[in-house]
Design a protein around this ligand. Sequence first.
Ligand code: GLU
Length: 390
Amino acid sequence: MDTITALLSGALEEVRPLTDGATASYIPELAEADPDQLALSVVGPRGRVRSVGDEDAEFTIQSMSKPFVLALALVEHGRDAVFAKVGAEPSGEPFNAISLEQNTGRPANPLINAGAIATTALIGGDDLDARTGRIVELLSAFAGRSLWVDESVYASESLTGDRNRALAHLMRSYGIIDVPVELAVETYFRQCALLVTVRDLAVMASTLAFGGWNPVTGERVVSEAVARDVLSIMASCGMYDYSGQWLLRVGLPAKSGVSGGILAVAPSQFGVAAFSPRLDGYGNSVRAVAVVERLSERLGMHLLEPHENLAAPTVSVDSSPDGRTIRLSGELGFAGTERVLAILRDLAGSIPAGSTVTLDVRELARTHPAALAALEGEFNALPLGLRLQT
Ligand code: GLU
């Protein structure tokens, strides 16, 4: 077992004794889940998947479908049209609350039920099959394999989903939903009943972590801009009315679902998913919360803590009889320009008069325009014979 898998396994065993909470029972089929199941999976930048525990256990995706259907709505309609129908604010209320803006009827955000039903209603297609088909196709691309609907969970939710129907009727009365209520909610119930494993969720999370590019299949699934929008909403609204506490303790965009799964995203680092069916009072899996919290702490994943290498390029310096060449590769962000300039200033003191310093930025994989402009400006102001290779 490699070191990271051993670390995952250790964290999993630490949370195994937690047996508080109960499986969701308002959807009768979910109450049947084996409450002792427990699994954790992590996917890194090269698409390596590491999973421990009940990694093959299948469960329905439930609310963890919501960020990905938001992604599809953004792809189909663009940000302004989507957020005209649904807000971007944490509701501070339970997932199934009647949390609609006064006067407009706009739901608070796309990750509570009302907002998710409104988002699902935006997906194009003539009928239930066509709409579900588009959703399944995109979620499958995020997961890197074809996903299927669990027909019995779907039937169970459809039979008992009156609260969601009521929310949809209210939103239709305000013009937030302009398709028939049954079409909107049945599409939503089918999306929630897609079967996944913890591994699928970790791959889906990793696709968001790497800007919409799936590191397992190598496929670009959505644009960086769409992935960033989805992560922004997950950061503030992904964990029901525990979202603020979660950001405080774990510091990662995440989404949970009433089947007991949580997916979390450490941008540019990892996609993470955990699964165990017993839920706390917020509707989040007790053990999944605990294990992702431990991982975030141990792997230093909290988004808001300082990161030494934030957008710092790799620097190599070559000397030749005509001068020095500084080659930058990797990513140049604003903080990175400071470090490069410090190296240049040191060189300015040590190279013989008349020789040239060349700054070669052709190998940079990613450059933030303001950072390059700042570097260029400062570079030209240095008392050196300088040449910039772009
Ligand atoms: N299908 C579930 C519902 O609408 C999803 C809830 C959840 O996972 O938060 O009630």
